[in-house]
Design a protein around this ligand. Structure first.
Ligand code: NAG
Ligand code: NAG
Ligand code: NAG
Length: 432
């Protein structure tokens, strides 16, 4: 956001606006398509307007987001250590309706039992996180207009959208196909990856995530349910089924079990900003891959190894299919991902780093016992700092682990040590 000085510098407006997007950015109403946004991606800016791609299960939309006028945010807390009290935040939300953050009178109450399914910082990110504590003006006019609708190109659920560094194209991926679009042309896309076998019974692998390389507009990577990552080069052929490069972890001999394939499935991949590394998340681990080295990951981080003895239970109740996201810090030196009980973990991935931090996204810093989420609260008053957890010991025996409170979605600020994460119906900010 720091490229756009007309936004109060340091306001965390954007994290909040995401909340609003997830409610307003329409979900096509139909019996077949759930009312939800699965993915959002910021695109390149132009003429001081921001652009955003959103996708539900089947349809992608391109939005222009512009702020018409901010009258006044009368008080901003600039010191992060002071910006975190429950009191402050809660009272600001109570005395000023959360609607102050929302344009066009969109009520946050509408079907508001969780936040969207994706979270993303705008280009350039937030220069620093300051919470607007008292918003005196009710006229914050953040206007989002749908510019284009890209429909009818996916037979299966869209799991990824990714803008290209050329600023003109983007991809959308579903279980079996990846399509390439020109932002300007909504009635035509090019199928560049197609895993659909002639006979669906031969299907062994689905696409789980796809992303463009941050700098090379001809390169993109996608992950699969078999735990592989493919790096493809659009210049090689129109249909990129023959991959340029395959990244897979060789299976350790004797390690195979009933769950091996299930937990190998990659739920998310992200390129590091420099384009050299790819971070992937599978059920039990985070892996860092060097695109110049396809023999195996350069680093593996155990996310919740204490769950391994419980895989059977996790399979029984489908938790094993939860799709956790992952993210890298802007400098590429740290990585983060979520777990259960609203915990997330940050790992140092610089050579020699041993950093491993476990944090809980929680409204109550004193809480030691993780509870099930109560009924969704009706206001968006949960911008609360995350609490550093001393140990993981509480949960090591699994007793107090709560599998219903899972932290699937998170995003790292592009330049600051700031992580936004979504747990249940709350958005949390954490200073790493
Ligand atoms: C997508 O757009 C964002 C926002 O401008 C930009 O930071 C990012 O680099 C773009 N993605 C790629 C792959 O270039
Ligand atoms: C897409 O729409 C444009 C403008 O309406 C039209 O000229 C073009 O023929 C359409 N292309 C396809 C593939 O339908
Ligand atoms: C799934 O199984 C685990 C382990 O038995 C249990 O603790 C957890 O509550 C279950 N989760 C759900 C969502 O039912």
């Amino acid at each position: 956001m720091n490229r756009h000085t007309y936004f109060s510098p340091g306001s965390n407006y954007f994290a909040l606006s995401l909340v609003f997007f997830s409610f307003q950015f329409d979900y096509l109403k139909s019996l077949e398509i759930e009312e939800k946004i699965n993915k959002i991606r910021w695109c390149q800016t132009a003429n001081s307007a921001l652009f955003l791609l959103s996708a539900n299960d089947k349809t992608i939309k391109f939005w222009k987001v512009q702020e018409k006028k901010i009258k006044k945010i009368s008080k901003i807390i600039a010191d992060p250590s002071k910006a975190v009290g429950n009191g402050n935040v809660a009272s600001s939300s109570n005395s000023n309706s959360p609607k102050s953050f929302l344009a066009n009178g969109v009520s946050p109450d509408r079907s508001c039992n969780h936040l969207g399914n994706d979270i993303s910082f705008p280009p350039g990110g937030l220069p620093s996180l300051c919470l607007p504590v008292v918003v005196t003006s009710q006229e914050t006019n953040l206007v989002a207009r749908c510019r284009r609708v890209y429909g009818h190109a996916h037979d299966y659920h869209i799991n990824s959208i990714s803008n290209n560094s050329d600023g003109e194209t983007f991809i959308s991926a579903d279980d079996l196909r990846i399509n390439l679009w020109n932002l300007e042309i909504s009635n035509q896309s090019f199928n560049i990856v197609d895993l659909k076998p002639a006979n669906m019974e031969d299907l062994t692998e689905v696409i789980t995530s796809a992303e463009f390389h941050p700098a090379h507009c001809n390169m993109l990577a996608y992950s699969s349910s078999k735990g592989s990552i493919r790096l493809i080069d659009l210049r090689q052929s129109a249909l990129c089924d023959s991959h340029a490069k395959l990244f897979e972890e060789p299976e350790a001999p004797g390690s195979r079990s009933f769950f091996t394939e299930i937990i190998a499935s990659i739920s998310d991949i992200k390129f590091a900003k420099d384009g050299r590394y790819i971070l992937s998340r599978d059920y039990m681990t985070l892996k860092l891959w060097d695109i110049n080295m396809d023999s195996g990951p350069v680093a593996t981080f155990q996310v919740h190894e204490y769950l391994r003895p419980k895989l059977c239970d996790l399979y029984e109740n489908d938790s094993i299919f939860d799709k956790f996201e992952c993210c890298l810090s802007g400098d590429g030196l740290r990585v983060a991902t979520g777990s259960y009980s609203n915990l997330f973990r940050v790992f140092g991935c610089a050579p020699g780093s041993t950093e491993t931090t476990t944090l809980e996204a929680s409204k109550n810093p004193m809480r030691t016992q993780v509870q099930s989420p109560s009924r969704p609260s009706r206001s968006l008053n949960s911008i609360t700092r995350v609490v550093r957890r001393e140990t993981l010991g509480v949960d090591a025996n699994g007793n107090s682990l709560d599998f219903t409170t899972k932290l699937l979605h998170l995003a790292w600020h592009p330049t600051e040590n700031l992580i936004a994460c979504v747990a249940a119906n709350s958005l949390y900010m954490y200073y790493a």
